[in-house]
Write a new protein. Structure first.
Length: 285
């Protein structure tokens, strides 16, 4: 590999989108959960190959994840148990049925390689540290290897698993759940950056407004504070009490079953008379 442009060409020719292993399904493209329908023709014609399996330096399959990598497996294999456990974590925590559809995961050697790869197949793709793309057949997660790789790949694979399992949630909830499940470790609420920031906000009387979040439009995605607020709401719902957890699990089950769901705040009102007080008390613990 002599240059970035040389890599981009070789990616297009040798490391194209992994071959679709099953018949075409629904037509849905998600790029970090922001629809990019205009790319559909490009993807259909040049990305998904049915006749030739691409050659990748490393290819590893376990569970629902098929990894295609230009990075030696020795660099990331220690993290793989934390990735392969993700479907069971979602199913157990959220009490939803997680589809067994294969998720393709690409691991490139650096951010520049990721940008080149993404722009080669999606010329208008945003520059991001990781992407989830859904069009036809399997979902595709694009990543590059770095110290925080496992968090990035768990975040994007959470999007993928929710999507293929029929959980089409409001964007802020989808991102809140992805932020929640990106964390590994024994403490499920111990997000390395969000927890302390949320506690600091609460100390100064700044409580996220659930009803405002429910009514906001996120056409261009969430900003950093909105990511944190989304995480803090999801975490509160899952850990504040057994009542809130059961209520949120039922809400997600209703989403998955395509039943009328309404606003979360309306479901919470009979159980939590004061959102502000309950939220503040939880993050003061």
């Amino acid at each position: 590999m002599n240059s970035l442009s040389d890599f981009a060409v070789r990616v297009d020719l040798r490391y194209a989108f992994p071959a679709c292993p099953r018949p075409i399904g629904t037509t849905l493209l998600r790029l970090c959960l922001i629809a990019a329908i205009g790319f559909a023709t490009v993807i259909a014609s040049s990305v998904c190959s049915w006749s030739q399996e691409p050659t990748w330096p490393v290819k590893h399959t376990a569970g629902q994840f098929c990894i295609h990598s230009t990075v030696p497996a020795a660099q990331f294999e220690a993290y793989l148990p934390s990735l392969y456990s993700l479907p069971a974590e979602l199913s157990q925590t959220l009490q939803v049925s997680v589809a067994q559809e294969l998720i393709q995961v690409v691991v490139l050697e650096n951010r520049e390689a990721l940008d080149a790869y993404a722009h080669r197949i999606f010329p208008s793709a945003p520059n991001r540290g990781a992407l989830y793309i859904r069009h036809r057949g399997p979902g595709l997660v694009l990543t590059y290897f770095h110290d925080g790789w496992i968090c990035d790949v768990r975040h994007e694979c959470t999007h993928a698993l929710l999507d293929v399992s029929g959980l089409t949630l409001p964007l802020w909830q989808d991102e809140g759940l992805a932020e929640y499940f990106e964390t590994i470790g024994e403490n499920p609420i111990g997000h390395t950056s969000h927890l302390q920031a949320t506690r600091s906000q609460v100390r100064y009387g700044q409580v996220v407004d659930l009803q405002k979040m429910e009514r906001m439009e996120f056409g261009s995605g969430l900003n950093p504070k909105e990511y944190r607020d989304a995480w803090s709401i999801v975490t509160f719902l899952l850990h504040s009490s057994e009542e809130t957890r059961s209520m949120y699990q039922q809400y997600l089950q209703d989403h998955q079953s395509k039943r009328a769901v309404g606003f979360l705040s309306h479901r919470l009102a009979p159980k939590i008379p004061s959102w502000r007080e309950a939220f503040s008390d939880f993050y003061r613990r």
